[in-house]
Ligand binder design. Structure first.
Ligand SMILES: *[C@@H]1O[C@H](CO)[C@@H](O)[C@H](O)[C@H]1NC(C)=O
Ligand SMILES: *[C@@H]1O[C@H](CO)[C@@H](O)[C@H](O)[C@H]1NC(C)=O
Ligand SMILES: *[C@@H]1O[C@H](CO)[C@@H](O)[C@H](O)[C@H]1NC(C)=O
Ligand SMILES: *[C@@H]1O[C@H](CO)[C@@H](O)[C@H](O)[C@H]1NC(C)=O
Ligand SMILES: *[C@@H]1O[C@H](CO)[C@@H](O)[C@H](O)[C@H]1NC(C)=O
Ligand SMILES: *[C@@H]1O[C@H](CO)[C@@H](O)[C@H](O)[C@H]1NC(C)=O
Ligand SMILES: *[C@@H]1O[C@H](CO)[C@@H](O)[C@H](O)[C@H]1NC(C)=O
Length: 427
């Protein structure tokens, strides 16, 4: 397959670039001003556990700790109804639901009250549905009901889009987030049968091809965090070719990665990976987590997060991911988060994290911010390409404030789960 594609794709893109004239682009905002804490990393993991249907035994403890927005940064503007009611939604390839806070939420729902809310009575295009919706998040749940209305994404007018009006939001996890809700860009099979916005975009002929492509900027700002290109590919963003791999099953954007290597250690040899713009981290299976911590000399805190000695950053190795025959390199500056402790000490958190029960490589923005990603719904494949050198600029990814003094490890890693059954969508 490889040789043929390598030759054909660039020529094809050249033609495409000419024939399509202009591609529809929507700016992605990167929210960089939120108060980032280690607690936010934990909150991010609660959300991940819910998204991937993992049993998160620590969720109730984590939820108590979380009072700030979490580290999910990339958003697009989406308007619902007539006249339009607009929302700032997390752009999430790791889920498939569209949800916004409902004006029918309780006054005690703090997360709802502090965000934009959808009011169906104020929309002439609203169609009632009313079916219930619930997604379990550790100690709380995201729940509400379905409604149908016109959805406008940057001028693409989607008719009869069914979405979730969220009435309850889990614990404090969604309080103080910079986004109001989430727009899921995964496949419809994980949205309980509701056609996703992109399904409807395709069905209603709003794009020429059933593809969207994403360039997340790690040096992004709230004005410019990257862009999503609807219906095609922009050759000016990447260099070389786009390497496609088939989607393992159309649910998440899941595919087989050839290998992940650090020094001479093979952390993955044909493993299942997921491209998830809705997390900043790279969440890895337990065996890989243990191995990479040994190579990085990183110390696990007992909660699936590992810290390295900041003075050793320059001596840390690159991590090489091989996908579809092309190797993508993550340098320490890409995968280490610097946390600011209260005492002004800097702590260095490894971006390779562990979540109990997870058997997949969940590749978040640490990886996706380094590549141009093509989400090809029509051909059920995902493509990655290297960014043009001028299209990205990387510093240390984030400066967090580290809220809590380092607690002694309270939870040993539970090795016993390893080899347990896959969560329901992965079988
Ligand atoms: C919803 O919109 C209707 C019609 O504009 C308005 O009367 C009502 O007060 C709004 N409800 C809320 C909770 O904002
Ligand atoms: C609500 O939406 C779901 C998903 O699109 C659909 O299956 C169901 O028939 C709808 N229910 C009503 C009452 O419209
Ligand atoms: C949206 O629903 C209305 C009423 O059911 C229908 O008349 C219209 O054709 C639908 N539009 C699309 C694009 O499906
Ligand atoms: C590994 O980390 C430990 C604790 O941070 C430190 O004492 C030790 O010197 C480190 N080893 C290497 C090879 O850097
Ligand atoms: C932390 O560093 C800043 C600037 O470097 C300084 O102004 C502040 O006093 C320091 N705080 C503590 C607690 O050391
Ligand atoms: C990168 O440089 C090329 C050529 O100078 C230019 O056409 C392109 O727009 C630049 N891309 C970005 C993202 O700045
Ligand atoms: C950021 O979070 C820390 C720890 O929770 C808190 O002490 C501080 O007041 C917060 N700062 C802002 C600007 O919200």
């Amino acid at each position: 397959m490889q040789v043929g594609h390598l030759l054909i794709i660039p020529l094809f893109l050249l033609l495409l670039g000419h024939s399509m004239g202009q591609l529809k682009r929507t700016p992605i905002a990167r929210q960089v001003n939120q108060n980032k804490t280690h607690a936010n990393v934990k909150a991010e993991k609660i959300v991940l556990a819910a998204k991937y249907f993992l049993v998160d035994k620590q969720a109730s403890q984590r939820t108590q700790m979380v009072a700030n927005g979490f580290n999910l940064e990339y958003t697009i503007r989406v308007c619902i109804g007539t006249p339009p009611q607009c929302f700032n939604l997390q752009f999430d390839t790791g889920s498939s639901d569209l949800w916004v806070p409902s004006s029918k939420c309780a006054s005690t729902n703090e997360a709802c009250q502090e965000h934009n809310k959808y009011n169906s009575s104020a929309s002439s295009s609203y169609v009632e549905n009313g079916s219930g919706f619930s997604l379990q998040y550790g100690s709380g749940s995201l729940s509400g009901f379905l409604s149908t209305d016109t959805v406008n994404i940057d001028g693409m007018v989607i008719e009869n889009q069914t979405f979730v009006e969220a009435v309850e939001e889990p614990g404090l996890a969604f309080v103080d987030t910079t986004f109001d809700g989430i727009v899921g860009m995964g496949f419809g099979s994980i949205s309980g049968g509701v056609a996703t916005p992109f399904d409807n975009i395709i069905k209603q002929g709003l794009v020429e091809r059933a593809v969207f492509s994403v360039n997340l900027r790690r040096d992004g700002t709230s004005q410019s965090g990257g862009e999503v290109i609807w219906g095609g590919i922009d050759p000016s963003i990447y260099r070389g070719c786009i390497n496609y791999v088939p989607v393992s099953m159309p649910a998440y954007w899941q595919f087989t990665a050839n290998s992940v290597k650090v020094r001479d250690i093979l952390l993955c040899n044909g493993c299942q990976a997921i491209a998830d713009t809705g997390t900043s981290l790279i969440v890895v299976p337990l065996r890989a987590y243990i191995a990479i911590n040994i190579v990085l000399n990183a110390t696990d805190n007992g909660e699936g997060e590992a810290f390295v000695d900041c003075s050793r950053l320059s001596r840390l190795p690159n991590v090489n991911l091989n996908i579809g025959g092309s190797t993508y390199t993550l340098a320490p500056k890409d995968y280490i988060y610097e946390l600011q402790a209260d005492n002004n000490q800097t702590l260095c958190l490894s971006g390779f994290s562990y979540l109990e029960g997870n058997l997949l490589w969940i590749l978040g923005d640490i990886f996706l911010g380094k590549v141009y990603t093509v989400f090809d719904v029509g051909q059920e494949r995902i493509g990655f390409a290297k960014l043009k050198r001028n299209s990205t600029y990387r510093r240390y990814p984030h400066t967090y404030t580290y809220a809590n003094a380092r607690e002694p490890s309270r939870y040993g890693i539970d090795y016993s789960f390893y080899g347990h059954e896959y969560p329901r969508y992965f079988t």
